[in-house]
Every structure is written in structure tokens, then in C-alpha cells.
Design a protein around this ligand. Structure first.
Ligand code: NDP
Length: 472
């Protein structure tokens, strides 16, 4: 168990929360080692340029990620000449982005969910999140599916009826929009950082490591809010990034049609597979309240900038690539990709569903036609309370400890393989997702081990593999 002390905070009853420091330390890291610190500073300085590099490589080098380096090496280009050739900030892009974000805030705040009243099986409206390390249970207004539906209905109404703007608008402003997303990403992270010091929503759930860079990047406040309902994590995690994901792909598809007069099967595959993933996200938004992003991560640059910039730009690289390289796949290739994507999605969803069902029913359910098996655990929250929990050891959770990540990775590989094998750029996504999910796996297991102690050890003895049985 880590031993660093929590920065003293005054709680509502005047006592210092320092008194509770030893009670629950299973949230985010308290100590920052040198390796983490160097990585954090490196990411804060260079991550925007990584995103720029990929988009610029498509714009100037037809999506070759090696050619810019070769040109620089051979003296045919300089960093300044590459920068000068890239479209710059534009006020028209700023207006588009301001309208987009304001519209998403408007939908999020002003339209309480009604879809759950008429879509059978959908869980929306006011829902509870998981217990925080301080022992709180937050309420959330779940209306992501409704926002996604309204936004996409308007998009199609515009494309086919109103013609207020071209459906290629996103592609046509892609690099100028990168400036705007970065401005919002850094602004919201900086605001969250200042807010955590001056007026945190819940001081008991703040974490200060003593390292300013780490605090800025990984966040201090657990659930920053403005007012009762504007929850930073829920808003930025899902919208404007994930609602935009499918619109960005549609804009790429429209651009392909405009440039070549046809749409390739690869573009359709990317649009369909990623739309399934996005719709799954909104259909299960209430369930996402119990995932690591919402119930364990604090809100800082990692989530704020990541949701505004990294996600919309790098999760959509396949569609962007296909605008420059309209690959038409053979039927066999297309079918194989579709199967890989659907099987991956099935594993991802079923694994997540099994855990959700098991936790909701406290084990009174059937998994793969049998009564589930589990390990009983206890843990302590910062208010001193002892709680009980269960770790499932049957179904996909008996195959590996994070088989949901394995399914996610299969789906990610399918997006990349939709683009054929001509360039490396579309494969960045699977490389990135592998690093993200392996790192997440290690991070999560470290947290679970601190939370559950010897009970976690019993679980890892019962289910020894993390992602691939017998391999890792
Ligand atoms: P999980 O849904 O796997 O949640 C991990 C948590 O579940 C643990 O912290 C623990 O929490 C609990 N848990 C662990 N083992 C068990 C068990 N055997 N039985 C019951 N509960 C258990 O992880 P994530 O939140 O990271 O991921 C959710 C989904 O989102 C995944 O499918 C992932 O692939 C996807 N994802 C996608 C990303 C993307 O960018 N596309 C990014 C991140 C995630 P507790 O404290 O409650 O015990």
C-alpha cells in the first residue's frame, strides 16, 4: 500500500481529511516516480504535435508517415516549411467548432432523457455512478443516446433536405479545427486544475501528488461539476468527441463521393464498424458510469485534452486515410474484416455485459447457462466504511481478467485492416490501443490490488491470464 500523505483539506465539518489518509488509498496514484514524470512532461509538450503529424502526413504526404521524416533527413523540407504549408487557424473553423460545442452543451443540459420511456431495454435518465473513494455516490443525467440521435437526424436532414452546409465541412476544415480542439482541450484542463485548487466540487475526492505536472495531466478533482448536473467527465468523455466520431466518418464518406464519384466498401466497413462501437457506447452510457474513466480516473488533461483532440483525430484516421487512398477490398478481404470486427464486438460487449449483470444481481443470474462463481472481497472507503464486493470468476471473466480488452483489440484491428496493407498510418490505431489497454490493465490491477489486498491475490490465482489465456 502506498504511504504518501493526502494533502490536508478542510472538510465540511471542519476536520482535516488528513485524518482519513490511511483509510482508503485505492484511487489514483499518490506518488510520482521519475519515469512517470518524464513521460507526463513529454506528453504535455509533444502530444499535440503527434496528432498534427498524422493529419499533416495525410494533407501533405498522402498519408505516408515515413516520407516527412525522409524529407527532413534529406534536406528537402524543414520543420518550418512543413508548418508553413499546413492550413492555419481560421475564424470560420472557430465558428463551426463554437457552434458544435455549444450545441452539445445545450443538448446535454436542456434535454433530460425521454428516449428511455419508449425504447425498450434502454437505461437513460437519472442514474447513479459507482461509490467514489470518499464514499459518495453521484447522480448523472444519462441522455447521450438522445443527443446522438438528434445530432445525426439533423446531420442527415441537412445533407438531404436543408443544405445549410456541405457534409464535407468537417474534412474541409480538418486542420484549422485542430487548433480549435486544442484550445478547448487545454482551456478545459487548465480550468479544471484551477477549480480543483479554488472551488472543488467535493474536496474529499481531490488528490494532490505534490507534483504540478502530474496533477495537471492526471487531474485532481474526481468529479468536477458546474451546478448540479454539468459533469465534466460525462460531458467531455462522450460529447463532443464520441458524438463527433460518427459525423467525422460521414464527412469522410461524403468527401470520397465528392472526389471520386463513388464510395469504397472499405469506407462503408469503417463507417459501419465504428458506428456500432459508438452506438454501443451511448446505448450503454449508464453502464459506462461504472468504468475506469468515470469511476476511477480524475479529470485533468488526460481526459479533457484527450477527449477533445486525441479521440476525434486519431480514432478516425482510417476514414481520413480512405479519402486519400480509396481502397476497394476484395469480397473475401471485406468479409474477413467484417467477421473480425463483429466477433471482436461480440466478445467486448458480452464480457462487459456479464460483469454488469453479475454486479447488478449480486450473483443471482446465469452466465453461460450456469450459476456464476466468484470470490468475495472486502474494501474500505475514505469515510472509514467497510464494504463488500464480488469478483466474477466464470464466463469470459474466468477466461482472462480483461477479456473485454481482447475483444476491443480485435475490433480495433478490424478497423485498421479495412484499409488494406498499403500504408502504416491506419495501423497506428491498433498500436495505440494495445499500449492503452495493456497500460490500463496494469494500472487497474495495481488499483484493485490496493483496494482488495489478499482477496485480489486469490482472484489472480484463480484467473491467471490478463488478456490472452496462457500468453499474457
Ligand atoms: P473494466 O470494465 O474491465 O472494469 C475494471 C473494473 O471492474 C475493475 O477496476 C474492478 O472494479 C472491476 N472488476 C475487475 N475484475 C472483475 C471481476 N472479475 N468481476 C467483477 N468486477 C471486476 O475496465 P474499463 O473501465 O477500463 O473498460 C470498460 C470497457 O471500455 C472495456 O471493454 C474497454 O475495452 C473499453 N475501453 C475503450 C477505450 C477506448 O478508447 N476505445 C478506452 C478504455 C476502455 P471494482 O473496483 O468495481 O471492483
Amino acid at each position: 500500500m502506498e504511504t504518501t500523505r493526502r494533502r490536508p483539506q478542510h472538510s465540511a465539518n471542519g476536520k482535516r481529511s488528513e485524518q482519513k489518509e490511511q483509510l482508503a488509498q485505492w484511487g489514483r496514484a499518490w506518488e510520482v516516480d521519475w519515469f512517470s514524470l518524464i513521460s507526463v512532461i513529454g506528453l504535455l509538450c509533444f502530444a499535440p504535435f503527434i496528432v498534427f503529424y498524422f493529419v499533416m502526413a495525410c494533407d501533405q504526404y498522402e498519408c505516408s508517415i515515413t516520407q516527412p521524416v525522409l524529407d527532413l533527413y534529406q534536406g528537402e523540407a524543414t520543420l518550418l516549411s512543413i508548418w508553413a504549408r499546413a492550413p492555419s487557424f481560421s475564424w470560420s473553423a472557430a465558428k463551426i467548432y463554437a457552434v458544435w460545442v455549444s450545441f452539445q452543451v445545450f443538448l446535454y443540459m436542456c434535454f433530460p432523457d425521454i428516449t428511455h420511456k419508449f425504447i425498450p431495454g434502454y437505461v437513460g435518465g437519472v442514474q447513479e455512478g459507482a461509490r467514489t473513494p470518499a464514499g459518495l455516490i453521484n447522480k448523472y443525467e444519462i441522455n447521450g443516446l438522445q443527443c446522438w440521435l438528434i445530432t445525426h437526424a439533423l446531420w442527415f436532414a441537412n445533407a438531404h433536405y436543408f443544405h445549410w452546409f456541405s457534409p464535407t465541412i468537417i474534412f474541409d476544415n480538418w486542420i484549422p479545427l485542430l487548433w480549435c480542439t486544442n484550445i478547448l482541450g487545454y482551456a478545459v484542463s487548465t480550468f479544471a486544475f484551477i477549480k480543483a485548487h479554488l472551488f472543488p466540487t467535493n474536496a474529499e475526492d481531490c488528490k494532490f501528488t505534490g507534483n504540478i505536472f502530474y496533477n495537471y495531466m492526471m487531474g485532481i478533482e474526481f468529479n468536477p461539476r458546474i451546478g448540479k448536473w454539468f459533469d465534466f467527465k460525462l460531458f467531455f468523455n462522450g460529447r463532443p468527441g464520441i458524438v463527433a466520431w460518427t459525423l467525422i466518418n460521414l464527412s469522410y464518406m461524403a468527401k470520397q463521393q465528392e472526389l471520386y464519384g463513388y464510395i469504397t466498401n472499405s469506407m462503408i466497413l469503417v463507417n459501419v464498424l465504428q458506428a456500432i462501437y459508438v452506438l454501443d457506447f451511448f446505448w450503454n452510457e449508464a453502464w459506462y458510469l461504472k468504468t475506469i474513466d468515470i469511476c476511477h480516473d480524475h479529470f485533468g488533461w488526460y481526459l479533457g485534452w484527450g477527449d477533445c483532440v486525441w479521440l476525434p483525430y486519431l480514432y478516425t484516421l482510417q476514414g481520413l486515410y480512405l479519402v486519400y487512398h480509396p481502397v476497394q477490398l476484395s469480397d473475401a478481404h471485406a468479409l474477413a474484416v467484417l467477421l473480425l470486427g463483429l466477433v471482436g464486438y461480440y466478445i467486448f460487449r458480452s464480457t462487459n455485459h456479464q460483469k454488469d449483470l453479475f454486479r447488478r444481481t449480486e450473483g443471482s443470474c446465469s452466465i453461460w447457462g450456469r450459476k456464476p462463481t466468484w470470490i468475495e472481497c472486502t474494501y474500505r472507503s475514505a469515510d472509514g466504511g467497510m464494504h463488500r464486493s464480488k469478483l466474477l470468476t466464470s464466463g469470459f471473466w474466468g477466461v482472462a481478467r480483461h477479456f473485454n480488452y481482447t475483444g476491443d483489440l480485435m475490433g480495433s484491428l478490424a478497423y485498421c485492416a479495412s484499409c488494406g496493407f498499403g500504408h502504416m498510418l491506419p495501423y497506428f490505431y491498433i498500436v495505440y490501443m494495445t499500449i492503452l489497454l495493456v497500460h490500463r490493465c496494469v494500472r487497474d490491477e495495481h488499483r484493485c490490488s490496493s483496494k482488495y489486498g489478499k482477496d485480489w491475490k486469490r482472484y489472480t490465482d484463480a484467473v491467471p491470464s490478463r488478456l490472452i489465456p496462457g500468453v499474457f
